[in-house]
Design a protein around this ligand. Structure first.
Ligand SMILES: *[C@@H]1O[C@H](CO)[C@@H](O)[C@H](O)[C@H]1NC(C)=O
Length: 332
């Protein structure tokens, strides 16, 4: 009996360790706003909770708002639980991203989640993207829908960035992984970045290429952020070129490794919810960019739908890009 009991306990312990490992929830450390962040723009539209663990970013007819991490980081795990505005959200962009555009204007690096609002009753869509060393002429967008309504409850959105790979996570599902490939050269982000979160009016392009603008009858639009996580190797902005004595494996809490189970969840997500990927857009990139790993199933899918639908619009992508950059800089 004695033995049986301890075996059972051991099995239970292993199982919960396995769950923790898989879920990752136990491993992330959250940080209070004032310990890691500062307002970026629209200060009057930033509302912090009493315990300083949650932040609401408002967009009204006067301005959007945003915040950024006070430090720059070389690699890390950046994460927040986010709840997006509901009802009519056309023209609105909520962005959660890392960049160093303020420090390196011409050679900036960037990793993006960009949530693109929609008309009433239509689900939110979003995109992920990356730039390295100012590679703005080579957008690497992927666009997706979601398996849940992101305006109904909080979900965790995470950006993992190491010297080996970049992974975008939603909750425990890795939705995109980019392996560092020598052929990418400077297109792979290499310089320290800060974490940003913003809400702003992108009426000109966000929803159906600008067909549906922000309707301020529904204002204020509120994006809620909580359980902010900044696990990175921080560097002093004044000494940004020094190599910090920080082990990226330690700070990323195992999020740099995708388990076989997670890999299955990732392919499932990409087959069901991805509706555009630059890797399958042969009109835009006749030769796929070096990091692209072509999935025959997806190539088949995109031949019939996504690529054809978006292929003719490739010019508007670069236009959108510059608008994103402008919108962020000026906060409008
Ligand atoms: C980044 O771009 C700058 C300016 O174009 C160039 O001098 C530098 O070599 C590039 N760095 C990498 C790592 O490619």
């Amino acid at each position: 009996m004695e033995n049986y009991g301890s075996t059972k306990r051991l099995v239970l312990l292993c199982f919960s360790l396995f769950l923790m490992q898989y879920r990752g929830e136990c491993k992330v450390e959250t940080i209070e706003f004032n310990k890691g962040f500062a307002p970026l723009f629209g200060d009057g539209n930033i509302a912090r909770s009493d315990d300083d663990k949650s932040v609401h970013l408002h967009l009204n007819q006067y301005t959007g708002s945003g915040f950024k991490s006070s430090d720059l980081y070389t690699h890390g795990f950046f994460s927040a639980k986010i709840k997006l505005p509901s009802t009519y959200t056309a023209g609105i962009v909520v962005a959660f991203y890392t960049t160093n555009g303020d420090v390196f204007e011409k050679t900036h690096d960037e990793l993006d989640f960009e949530f693109l609002g929609n008309t009433k009753g239509k689900p939110w869509r979003f995109q992920t993207n990356l730039y390295g060393n100012g590679s703005t002429s080579r957008g690497r967008e992927e666009r997706y829908t979601l398996w849940f309504d992101p305006s109904k409850e909080f979900h965790r959105y995470s950006i993992l960035w190491t010297s080996n790979n970049i992974i975008f996570y939603i909750d425990d599902v890795p939705i995109r992984e980019i392996l560092h490939n020598e052929a990418m050269g400077g297109d792979y982000p290499l310089k320290p970045m800060s974490l940003y979160a913003t809400i702003w009016d992108a009426s000109d392009w966000a929803t159906s290429g600008g067909k549906y603008r922000v309707n301020y009858k529904y204002a204020p639009f509120v994006a809620e952020f909580t359980d902010l996580t900044l696990q990175g190797c921080s560097v002093d902005p004044l000494e940004e070129f020094t190599t910090p004595s920080c082990n990226e494996d330690d700070v990323t809490s195992g999020f740099g490794t995708v388990t076989p189970k997670q890999r299955m969840a990732m392919s499932k997500f990409r087959q069901r919810y991805m509706y555009y990927s630059y890797c399958y857009d042969t009109l835009r990139y006749p030769v796929a960019l070096p990091e692209c790993v072509i999935d025959p199933l997806l190539r088949e899918q995109f031949k019939d739908t996504g690529r054809l639908k978006f292929g003719g619009k490739r010019r508007s992508y670069s236009q959108r890009r510059s608008k994103i950059a402008r919108g962020r800089r000026y906060g409008n």
